[in-house]
Design a protein around this ligand. Structure first.
Ligand code: PMP
Length: 291
């Protein structure tokens, strides 16, 4: 697979208040964000030039920084305006938007009180890949041995770089075994989420169930889908879900900015057939983000 490396692309990245040529956006190797994972980020998608739930993402970015005990030195409005300016500058309408902030090089130690906070935004082309027919085949998930930490052991509600360490390990483990992704359980063995997306089930009672976001990000797509399901008069039950309940699942799908709505066909030995629910939610979400 040939991938254009992310440090060797054309265009501009907004860095600390300036539109900088893409290749010149460097940070020093001795940066707190790099060594101690003091970095927060957002993953957003623009459809036809409009960023879906842009403000919610910007609010979450600021909140993630606050959880990591730092403040982004820009206003919410400035970040909102800059994202749009960047989309125009880069002439992109269907793209991914990555806004992020991290601690700089002034202190390299556990204590980082006096580090400068750097802020950047980059956008790149990223159309939604799969046609609905391919998506409806469903992806295969393994079940990871890595578990989501409890909320008193990690800042689990921030979208923070450090939390992805176990996600990358879990995903690699699954990919090496031929799976597309993996299901992560929480520290206490409850079903949590995939490595970069939340999870929903239709159970044999006909209702839709999704785990409570106690140990993981309450995704913006997750809440969008819950609203969407409720608007269709479908009952959504947010609760603790045990692994053994997978035997009662009739349909399953993942939700996330990147994943959008991704039907799941298999989790370890449990198989489901993506059906009417997956199809309907996939279609409704696709319409909503483009509305
Ligand atoms: N969980 C994790 C670990 C994620 O990385 C993401 C993607 N940001 C999500 C859930 C879904 O969040 P959202 O719907 O806000 O993209």
């Amino acid at each position: 697979m040939s991938i254009i490396p992310f440090d060797d692309r054309d265009g501009y990245i907004w860095l600390n208040g300036e539109m900088m040529p893409w290749r010149e956006c460097k940070t020093h190797v001795i940066s707190h964000g790099l060594h101690y994972a003091s970095l927060v980020f957002e993953g957003e998608r623009a459809y036809n030039g409009k960023i879906f739930k842009s403000k919610d993402h910007t609010n979450r970015l600021f909140n993630s920084a606050k959880i990591l005990d730092f403040e982004i030195p820009w206003s919410l409005e400035k970040i909102e305006d800059t994202k749009l300016e960047l989309l125009e500058t880069m002439k992109l309408s269907n793209s991914y938007v990555r806004a992020f902030a991290w601690r700089g090089s002034e202190m390299i130690a556990v204590s980082a009180q006096h580090t400068k906070i750097h802020t950047a935004i980059a956008v790149w082309e990223w159309p939604s890949y799969f046609d609905p027919e391919t998506k409806m085949k469903g992806i295969k998930l393994d079940i990871s041995n890595w578990r989501r930490p409890p909320a008193n052991c990690a800042p689990v509600h921030a979208k923070a770089a450090g939390l992805y360490m176990i996600c990358t390990l879990a995903k690699h483990e699954a990919e090496k075994k031929g799976f597309d992704d993996t299901l992560m359980l929480s520290h206490d063995g409850l079903i949590a989420e995939a490595t970069g997306a939340n999870i929903f089930f239709r159970m044999s009672d006909g209702n839709i169930h999704t785990p409570l976001p106690k140990t993981f990000l309450n995704g913006i797509t997750r809440t969008t889908i819950i609203d969407l399901l409720k608007a269709k008069d479908l009952e959504v039950i947010e609760r603790d879900i045990e692994l053994e309940e997978l035997k009662n699942v009739t349909e399953c799908f993942l939700t996330g900015t990147a994943a959008e709505v991704t039907p799941v066909g298999k989790i370890a030995e449990f198989e489901f057939k993506p059906g009417n629910l997956c199809k309907e939610i996939l279609g409704s979400y696709s319409e909503l983000v483009r509305a």
